[in-house]
Every structure is written in C-alpha cells, then in structure tokens.
Design a protein around this ligand. Sequence first.
Ligand SMILES: *[C@@H]1O[C@H](CO)[C@@H](O)[C@H](O)[C@H]1NC(C)=O
Length: 222
Amino acid sequence: MKNFCYFFVVCCCAICIAEPTDDIRQLLFSIRSGVNVSPLQEWLHGRSQYYGSRLDAIPDVYRSSMLDDFNSRLKLFKSLNLIVVAMLKSEQIVASATFNISDRRNQVDLVNWFAPDRLVDTKPFWIGKGPFIDFGVEGFQWPSDKQHRGDWATITRTFYIHKGHRTCQTDSGLMGVIEEGKEYCDWSDKAPGQPPIFYYAKNDASYESSLDFADQLIVYLK
Ligand SMILES: *[C@@H]1O[C@H](CO)[C@@H](O)[C@H](O)[C@H]1NC(C)=O
C-alpha cells in the first residue's frame, strides 16, 4: 500500500509538471528568460526551425511559421477565437492575459490583438478594462528621444500591461517584459539575470509589494 501511494504521488507530480494549466490548441511563440535576445524582435521577425508541438521540448526561442502570414493563417483556425499571452514558472502558468479576436478578425495583425478592448480574462487576478498606460506588444520605450538618453540609457519593456507609472512605489499592473537596458525603479531593479526578464504581479497591488518573475513567455491560440 505504501508503495502504491508513493507511485501515485510520483505520477501526479509528473503530470502537473508536464501539463501547463490551460488548453493550448496552437502554440505561436515561446521564449525563455535570460537568452539575451529581444522577445519583441523575435515575435515580429524571428525565424524558427522547430516544428514539434511538445511544450517541454521546444527550444529557448520558438516562433511558429504561422506568424509569417498571421492574418491569413488565422483563417484556418476559425474555431479558435482567443489569443493568450502567458508567463510560466517551472512549466506552470503563473500569469496570463486572454484576448478575444472573434470580432474584426480579418484586421488582426501581430500587434493589434493585444488591445484593452479585446481583453476578456487575466490571471492571477482580473485586472479590468483599464485605463492602462502604454498597453501593448510594443509597450513602453523610455526615453523615446535618443538625444536625451542619459544614465538610464534605455528602458524598453514589451508585452506590457500596466495601470500607470506614477511613482516607483505605486506602479501597478499585470505583467511586462524587460528587454534591455538599465532599470529605473527598485522593484524592477530586483530582476534576476540577463534579459529578457519576465515580471508579473501576484496580486492586484503595487509591483513594489506583489512582484514575481517567470522563466518563460508563451503566446497561443485556444
Ligand atoms: C468573444 O467575442 C464573441 C463576439 O463578441 C462572443 O460571442 C464570445 O462569447 C467572446 N468569447 C469570450 C470568451 O469572451
């Protein structure tokens, strides 16, 4: 009996680790933290030679060839109306935002699906419909005027869902990707390792008090 219980526990854990917590019908993109390439550039223009579908076997950067011709390839997946961007930690989804593309479907491109009016669900808490600031795949670039770049050479954050940047103590939102550059606030400066760095809020509070980091970013259709 003891052996049986042990076997049962081991099997359950193996399943938990291998299966992320959502129904991924078509994986579009995956990138791991610390790989030193830009998630935005890979999403928009990257190339991938991998054609498998096992999430635990994909390379550090995976971009579906579907993205080369996104709008017309979407027509082949008419029953899939939701695009999800998710952050994973040890293969488990820890934060996500779901966008509904069923309306204006033939206008969807690589950037405009990520819009507040398409947002239908967020995890680990519902963030609401805004107002947001710099919401988008292309997110937040600061300072935008290169001539005025001083000590804080570049701050570029993408896949950005923020409710505002008022002060470092009150910044809040759901998630963002630190692509490069030196960070400005104490909370973002806690980021570990090399970019890209994936951060998210564990609850609906300031990043200062709710921040955590993920090790993988994925985008999929469901
Ligand atoms: C997506 O939008 C369509 C059309 O507005 C609606 O019928 C459907 O219920 C929405 N799906 C979700 C999950 O919100």
